[in-house]
Design a binder for this molecule. Structure first.
Ligand SMILES: [Cu+2]
Length: 167
């Protein structure tokens, strides 16, 4: 019995040591080990972004900017507060100043790709939230610097743009 226990600890330690994306498994097995690991890896950031307004004229992200640390495991929740039909939104993280290029490519990509084009400027992208829907996105914060987040639903850029600052 004792031997089995030790080997489980060793296994969890192996997860911790390799530092990869195996975290969730370790967390569900042993809370104490998960806590230890949190201190050894970059932090976690839970971010909630609302989309306010009810038309093309007043739609916007709230907040329009936020800050995380490089390497943070970001859990982003996008809440579409719009009730109006056709008000679909997403959250696409792009290199600073590339919003127009990505938004234009998104229209070409169309509904088949949920307006997410193959584009090297895209760092992370959520799915589309229909009116009153919520979508979530997990991503790792990129290197320190400034980035834009945009909605790639046709016609929503440049109204829907924000800035992510990574420290
Ligand atoms: Cu939008």
């Amino acid at each position: 019995m004792k031997i089995i226990k030790i080997s489980i600890v060793a296994l969890l330690f192996a997860f911790t040591s390799c530092g990869g994306g195996e975290k969730k498994e370790a967390e569900t097995k042993d809370t104490a080990t998960a806590k230890t690991e949190t201190t050894a890896t970059p932090g976690e950031a839970n971010i909630t972004i609302n989309v306010t307004g009810n038309s093309m004229a007043d739609m916007a992200y709230d907040p329009m900017s936020f800050t995380v640390k490089a390497g943070d495991k970001v859990k982003l929740t996008l809440i579409n507060q719009n009730a109006a039909e056709g008000m679909l939104h997403n959250w696409v993280l792009v290199k600073l100043g590339t919003g127009q290029e990505v938004a234009t490519a998104a229209i070409a990509a169309g509904t088949a790709k949920n307006y997410i084009p193959e584009n090297p400027n895209i760092i992370a992208a959520s799915g589309l939230a229909k009116p009153k829907e919520t979508v979530t996105l997990d991503f790792t914060a990129p290197a320190a610097g400034s980035y834009n987040y945009i909605c790639t639903y046709p016609g929503h850029f440049p109204s829907m743009i924000g800035k992510l600052i990574v420290e």
